[in-house]
Design a protein around this ligand. Sequence first.
Ligand SMILES: CSC[C@H]1O[C@H](OP(=O)(O)O)[C@H](O)[C@@H]1O
Ligand SMILES: Nc1ncnc2[nH]cnc12
Length: 290
Amino acid sequence: MERMIAVIGGSGVYDIEGLEDARWQAVDSPWGKPSDEILTGTLDGVKMAFLPRHGRGHVHSPSTVPYRANIDALKRLGATDVVSVSACGSFREELAPGDFVVVDQFIDRTFAREKSFFGQGCVAHVSVAHPTCGRLSAHCLQASRDEGITIHQGGTYLAMEGPQFSTLAESKLYRENWGCDVIGMTNMPEAKLAREAELCYASIAMVTDYDCWHPDHDAVEVADIVKTLMGNAEKARAMVTRLPGLLGAHKPCEKGCDTALEYAMITAPEKRDPALVAKLDAVAGRVLNR
Ligand SMILES: CSC[C@H]1O[C@H](OP(=O)(O)O)[C@H](O)[C@@H]1O
Ligand SMILES: Nc1ncnc2[nH]cnc12
């Protein structure tokens, strides 16, 4: 199967450079309007797509990002691998602003978002025990190292609802009691939805600040974040340009992300809601139409 690498750009990352035959295109989804048009093209012979998570000009808040439409639209375009690049706060002294972290676990504290493509009339339960793709994550790690970026392998990302930053008590709870490494507002339910859509998902968290637990950093300010964000965005773009060479156009994923729905469906075929089944054509057509 031909692979397509999709990059979801977080705060500060509203485009990528160097694509051949680049064009922004609108993609319709039965799950609503994606955050923006999607930039498509090729890089080193590999198909690429780019979607700015908050839209160009940063229109969507973390709670109003249309996560389902975004993942569905990328799947519909033919994406097989989704790389999320996100700004985050750090809970560890050694994860300094400007550093990247290859996230491999999440604690999902979001509560005001649609979290699944499935529901009444078509129920499915996928595993998110290992919510990121080890193969794609390893390539992102390598690509970053090749670019000279300081990147840490593995970390737990606390997904908070926002849009306000954490209180001091929350920051200490997540860091000291829950063992989290970084904090952000967007990787959930995005990672869960990517798994439901049988897409490989990797999350690169780019540290912008120390949240508010740090004795030398009393409160998070967007102005401070933006200063670090610009440098991080440049590094993220550089990392992305190395990915096609590492992933290749046809190498399959051996981690099983592309068969996540194999045994997930539990609603009896005769009880399925045809309207929901129709909406699931891109996400779950592989298992629903056989
Ligand atoms: C601009 S700071 C807070 C904002 O930045 C992060 O967005 P993203 O994950 O899309 O890079 C964070 O999650 C908040 O949405
Ligand atoms: N400290 C923080 N908390 C939540 N989201 C963030 N994004 C960047 N910094 C953050």
